[in-house]
Unconditional design. Structure first.
Length: 163
């Protein structure tokens, strides 16, 4: 029994330290948006992701409004457009993150089925949404977690690189 408890304690400590790092760090978006991207959806998405990394409700609302307009013009699936609109009208960062997961899941499926013309990183945090996990798209290998912001800024890993 003591061995079992010790094993659980070590496993829990390992998970927490690997996702939180040694020192808390203030969130910074630190991800430049590609200047020459010919994909306005990706540009708007990255702006939204960066706002959520900073836990900036107002910036996330503005970026999601732009994303919703672009998606509507492109005739995107209504679920993703509604999720973007939900973020744009939202005043709670946690609720914005729920909608962001819907957008991320949809865009990742779309990106996986075609060419993007640029390098994108699919990243994953196993602890998001009560350990159900969630993925997002990034232009950089560096982990900047939009689901936790500065609470667990570096929690996650690169799941896939799309070129």
């Amino acid at each position: 029994m003591k061995t079992f408890i010790l094993t659980i304690a070590i496993a829990s400590f390992s998970c927490v330290t690997s996702c939180t790092g040694n020192q808390p760090e203030a969130a910074t978006a630190n991800e430049p948006i590609a200047e020459s991207t010919d994909q306005p959806v990706v540009t708007a998405y990255i702006q939204l992701k960066n706002a959520l990394v900073l836990s900036d409700v107002a910036a996330a609302s503005a970026a999601a409004g732009s994303l919703a307009e672009i998606l509507a013009k492109e005739g995107a699936d209504s679920n993703i457009t509604e999720a973007a609109s939900g973020i744009a009208s939202g005043e709670d960062v946690d609720q914005q993150r729920v909608h962001f997961k819907i957008i991320s899941d949809h865009l990742i499926k779309t990106i996986n089925s075609g060419s993007t013309g640029q390098t994108l990183f699919i990243q994953y945090c196993p602890m998001a949404f009560d350990n159900d996990g969630a993925s997002w798209i990034s232009l950089s290998e560096d982990i900047r977690n939009p689901y936790f912001g500065d609470q667990m800024l570096h929690c996650g890993s690169v799941e896939k690189i799309i070129e």
